[in-house]
Ligand binder design. Structure first.
Ligand code: AMP
Length: 415
């Protein structure tokens, strides 16, 4: 027997209410903050992610699903949503629109990671990108939108962490300091960190290994080594977040895993932390558009994992509105009645009534049992007697009371 590939999940009908709920709230919050939906292809040129996400990142080094198609093109299943949206921004001349251009997406992503609770190889994100504006007021607005999204979902115990990792002017000097600091502690580092030190020293700060975390706690802090422009930007950001009434913590170890981030980075976590606790996060990417071949254009975005949101909604016992169940079931006894039931079912559905018709030869009792288990509130029953009188028995499934209804009144009554 085949099974779903490791790290992937089936989203079964009984779980769909969560997905509908979250997608509806994502669309609602996007509209509230002026974002419009964009959908990009599931696969892109591999080069887009190598350039965009960065050669030294875990994603590019070991997590991409890359393949060559029959035409010899090197393609990759998208591991993240920002680079494709920036590619589309450039490809469709969105620089010529009023800036910032605000876009949101809901899509599946692919990363060859070690599957564990809250970590999959295929997962889905709601994300948003605001491209073309450097003002820290926009950073605060994006963070506010992310926060209000979780509030709209019914979550109230949230924790916001922010940091600034500087820009291409001030970061090189900071990275030198960081490398200098870590060079002294090299023997105490985990093998991964020792490996990363030359390639991607920022990532040492968010290693999950306990002894590495202790070392990171005393490491030089990026926000203490910002150039005057970045420092002013970070200050304004904090002021605006406070104006919006969001509590936050500055976390010097928050760096995030993708190379394109500049200045602002942030994460929102549920108050009760676990190892895979980030509900969502994001940051600025002021060099990404230029890296992809466009004019220098700043941007900022946010993304949140939908599977992880569902786990948290379940944990916090947040009630989800159920999806509408079929309201009407049509049962029939005998072939002549089945034919009338088929025609009636067609008519009722064409009038907009959600309905299930009994199929296969079943006793009336078995049909009523099925109506019950499907959650129908009314069952239409047709037998020989009803055909003669051009009527049906309409059974209220909660009270089991039945009434005789003429065919031509049935639609009105059911509606
Ligand atoms: P990232 O794209 O890595 O910045 O992650 C943004 C959000 O996506 C995280 O906070 C998680 O909610 C979610 N996420 C990232 N990686 C995974 C994964 N492998 N499985 C499930 N959710 C993920």
């Amino acid at each position: 027997m085949y099974q779903a590939p490791r790290g992937t999940i089936d989203i079964l009908p009984e779980e769909q209410a969560y997905w509908r709920y979250i997608e509806d709230k994502a669309a609602a919050i996007s509209q509230r903050y002026g974002y419009r939906r964009i959908d990009t292809p599931v696969f892109e040129d591999t080069g887009l992610f190598i350039r965009g996400v960065g050669e030294a990142t875990d994603i590019v080094q070991k997590e991409m699903y890359t393949f060559e198609d029959r035409g010899g093109n090197k393609l990759t299943l998208r591991p993240e949503g920002t680079a494709p949206v920036c590619r589309a921004y450039l490809e469709h001349g969105m620089q010529n629109l009023s800036q910032p251009v605000k876009l949101f997406y809901i899509c599946s992503l692919y990363r060859y990671e070690r599957p564990q609770a809250g970590r999959y190889r295929e997962f889905r994100q709601f994300g948003c990108e605001a491209i073309g504006e450097i003002d820290p007021a926009l950073d605060a607005e994006v963070i506010d939108m992310a926060w209000q999204f979780f509030v709209l979902l019914g979550m109230d115990q949230l924790h916001l962490k922010i940091n600034s990792i500087g820009c291409k002017n001030c970061r090189p000097a900071y990275l030198d300091r960081l490398k200098g600091y870590y060079a002294q502690c090299q023997p105490q580092l985990c093998p991964d960190c020792r490996n990363r030190l030359g390639r991607n020293p920022l990532r040492l700060l968010d290693c999950k290994n306990t002894s590495c975390q202790q070392i990171a706690a005393s490491a030089p802090k990026s926000y203490e080594h910002l150039c005057p422009e970045c420092a002013a930007h970070f200050e304004r950001l904090q002021k605006d977040i406070s104006l919006l009434g969001l509590p936050f913590e500055i976390d010097s170890c928050l760096v995030r895993g993708l190379d394109y981030y500049t200045r602002t980075v942030f994460e929102i976590q549920p108050e009760a932390e676990g190892s895979q606790s980030a509900l969502g996060g994001g940051g600025r990417y002021d060099d990404l558009i230029e890296e992809l071949g466009g004019k220098p254009t700043p941007g900022i975005g946010f993304a949140s994992g939908i599977e992880r949101i569902i786990t948290n909604l379940e944990k916090q016992n947040i009630p989800i509105p159920p999806l509408p169940a079929p309201v009407v079931y049509i049962a029939s006894i005998g072939e002549a009645a089945r034919e009338v039931a088929t025609k009636l079912a067609g008519d009722l559905r064409r009038q907009g009534i959600n309905l299930i018709q009994a199929q296969g030869v079943k006793s009336l009792k078995a049909q009523l049992r099925q109506a019950n288990s499907l959650g129908a509130s009314q069952t239409v029953i047709l037998g020989e007697e009803e055909i003669k009188t051009r009527s049906v028995q309409l059974r209220d499934m909660s009270t089991s009371k039945q009434q005789t209804v003429d065919w031509d009144r049935l639609v009105d009554i059911l509606k």
